[in-house]
Design a protein around this ligand. Structure first.
Ligand code: SF4
Length: 108
């Protein structure tokens, strides 16, 4: 279950971008795999869902939402659940880069 409590207010208010979603009114079974779907059928369904996402005007907002709430299932923002987990893992493991203008700790 995704946790909406992680969302800062502008993302939490999906009404700002959800109205423009290319998937509105489409069957959710395209974006969420049916029970026990594996192999070529699953890959084909995911490719079709991602094709919808890649022509969606709010793909950036949707992907950000799914990453922030750590949405555990389905295709969101053109990414599968596994791809989102990989992105989150990579962002946790990446060395932090100081923000421009941030003061550096110079030591004692
Ligand atoms: S990016 Fe994909 S899942 Fe997200 S709103 Fe658009 S079509 Fe729907």
């Amino acid at each position: 279950m995704a946790d909406d409590g992680r969302l800062p207010d502008p993302i939490n208010d999906h009404s700002q971008w959800w109205d423009l979603a290319a998937c509105r009114g489409m069957l959710t079974t395209l974006f969420f795999h049916p029970e026990r779907q594996r192999g070529p059928a699953r890959r084909r369904r995911e490719a079709e869902a991602k094709a919808v996402c890649h022509r969606c005007p709010v793909i950036t907002q949707c992907r950000r939402y799914a990453l922030v709430v750590q949405e555990p299932y389905g295709i969101w923002g053109g990414l599968s659940a596994e791809e989102r987990k990989d992105q989150l893992r990579a962002s946790r493991e990446a060395p932090s880069v100081p923000r421009p203008g941030a003061r550096q700790f110079a030591g004692p």
